[in-house]
Design a protein around this ligand. Sequence first.
Ligand code: FBP
Length: 250
Amino acid sequence: MKTNISKIMKNGKAMFLAYDQGLEHGPVEFNDENVDPRYILEIAKKGKFNAIIFQKGIAEKYSKEIKKSKVPLIIKLNGKANIRQGEPMSEQICSVDEAIKLGASAVGYTIYLGSEFDPLMMKEFAKIEEVAHKKGLTVIAWIYPRGKATLNRKKSELMAYAARVGLEIGADIVKLEYNGNKKDLAWAVKSAGKTKVVIAGGVKTDEKNFLKEVKDIVGVGGAGIAVGRNVWKSKDPVGLAKKIKKVIWR
Ligand code: FBP
């Protein structure tokens, strides 16, 4: 299947800026500056990110600014708020056609692997993947092991399993949560085969730690990062972006 993956990657590597935390976690993540999607777009533009990740609402309301910035757009097709408790389920809230109309170069979808609801998310993903690939769009799967059934399983095993699921279900890029162990990450990247691997950033940590994670993922042959808080919560996001670029495209 030929997709437009080169639109959002450079030499097989990628640096994506994620900004869907407003839905996933609420404005508790934001301050007066980074609550504004235009601030994030500026970071993406000045920091030369390969793409920015928004939910459809922001893509719609800020479409003029997005077009002007020329930063490629990835639209997240599902999402969930974190108020409801219980087994995680992330429902589809945007279609592939809507994402195309909004100018998306790629679509993203989260699967909580191991949740009671993972069969529903797998099914929804399968439909999305079929439509998106027919239209030549790149498909990114966030695969996060979550839910009761994952509690007694090893984190390392689950990370590689998530990577493999990405390959098996037809994702072009799989986004994983890194457990901090480089050997485990190398196995996960190997398990993903020809599916590219990017890692999430997680909660804001110090810059040195974060850059080490970036070094690890490219060091084991992964494609790069799809991060949010570690960049847009930084005091100097554009300066940090330059450092990330140096690590990814050494
Ligand atoms: P961060 O780099 O800020 O962790 O963003 C990555 C991401 O996958 C976002 O796309 C998403 O909003 C968030 O993490 C979800 O985090 P969690 O599932 O831990 O609530």
